[in-house]
Design a protein. Sequence first.
Length: 234
Amino acid sequence: MYKSEVVSGKKLYKLFAMDFMNSHHHTDRLDAAGLNEHRKNLGILRGILFTRKDLLVRFSETGKPDDGLMKDLLHLYYTTEAPPPGRETGAAMTSATHPNHSLSLGCCLDDAQLSLIADCANEARVFVETVDTTTFRSLLEGKLTVPLTSRNNRMLAYLFDQLCRHGFILPRWQNLLEQAGSILGPKGNKPLRHEQFSNALTHARNTPNSMQKKIRECVQQVQKQLSNEGTASK
């Protein structure tokens, strides 16, 4: 509806949002549980339409919605803040300029924040290659022309898990990285698969070390920066 009414120029966004809410007030469920669930869902829709237009714009470009995309949208709605007014970042800009980004991990960090993550990845020796901000953004957007090579699958999986836990990338990052073939394994020169990421993450969680602590602290630092920016914008 957003694409057919707003993107096509048939309706202003604010009027589209109001019409959408007004046309979904009622439900066929009349029991208390059904009415409460519908009211909760309306609240989520209202929040997305009126406070997280960035998410609506981003996900409208991914094609026909499915359960996986809806879960990703809700995850970002519940765990991230809207970008400051007038500042489109990361995946939001990618949506506007590169509609075909179905392999994007949905990262919304700016270059300064991604630079911290890239430096952390280099210090943890996650990849055989030294990565910079541009390379790391291409990795997260599923647009690498040459795959990176994992030096340590456990540190790699732990880094991406921390990014996911803080809402910086989508929960299905393992599947998306496998589909993109963005990262080759340390042996065999073959793209890492979903189950390899999963197994490596399990091993990493069972064998904590000092480098994992540095990764956590780095991601927490980025989270703190975002929180401070959100407070300042208010």
